[in-house]
Write a protein that binds this ligand. Sequence first.
Ligand code: CP
Length: 331
Amino acid sequence: MLDVREESRPVALESAPEEARWRWKDLLDTDVLDPADIQLVMDTAEAMSEVRSRPMSKVATLRGTTVVTLFYEQSTRTRASFEVAAKALGADVVNLTASGSSVEKGESLIDTVRTLEAIGADLVVMRHGKSGAPYLAARHSKAGIINGGDGTHAHPTQALLDLFTMRRHLGDLAGRKVLIVGDILHSRVARSNIWTLVSAGAEVTLCGPATLLPTSLAGRSERGSVKVTTNLDQAIAGADVVMALRIQKERAERGLIPSLREYIRGYQVNARRLALAAPGALVMHPGPMNEGIEISPEIAHGVGSVIEEQVSNGVAVRMAILYLMATARTA
Ligand code: CP
């Protein structure tokens, strides 16, 4: 894993004033966002959601801005929603994947982002299999880098859209019980969610098999807390939000879980278990889902499920991020 802490400190934009304005050149993770930053994203996303609901749902706010999506790994939701978001704001969009680009000829990440900058990219949304890769890109590019998921490290826009979805249903999250269940160890979604949820004052519980559960994530801040447990039946009791994570079949092949059947027995979010949660608990999943493994189909598509809403909210939240970052660059 690349060192994402030392030489890669996020760069604050010099010209941004102290009041509610976006301060960051890049969005690499949620860990640098303070409650005011997060509130700014939430408020802007509400405004973007209103724009999306209009019959003419496109505006020209980012006309003249070029957004590049640079995906070294597969994606449906993140890539498509950034493209829709950028177009809805009137930006020019260029979509690149590693296959079919000069990456296949061995071009380095640094050369790639410098090339994109030279052709006029203002913002680059990037997904990469290596943890820390967007931090490297950010150090070598004047374009704003948005992390669309890096290895097992972070997925900041997913965490922000998850928070947006929870707040729309539950309002203030202070004291709310949020359970994240599954492969916590390899989950960039869980890692980024912890920062935003604790910042919002939630009581977060991480649950999964011991081999997929880093106990080092447990802790308490003055705003919220994180607990870890291997017992799902206990952890789900009274939960206001139950977020299931995708379990990759290769975890069984690598011996991190005994078998998928055992995993289902211990950790599937299903009707019996959801009955233990708080009445009206939200069911969430970042996708893509393995229905019948980490989540049963009737729960994935049942009354409390907001999984499709997460996807639609992703457009409004990504519009907000693109808008805030693009306008801060020209302020
Ligand atoms: N949640 C998420 O990142 O989905 P995609 O891999 O489809 O982008």
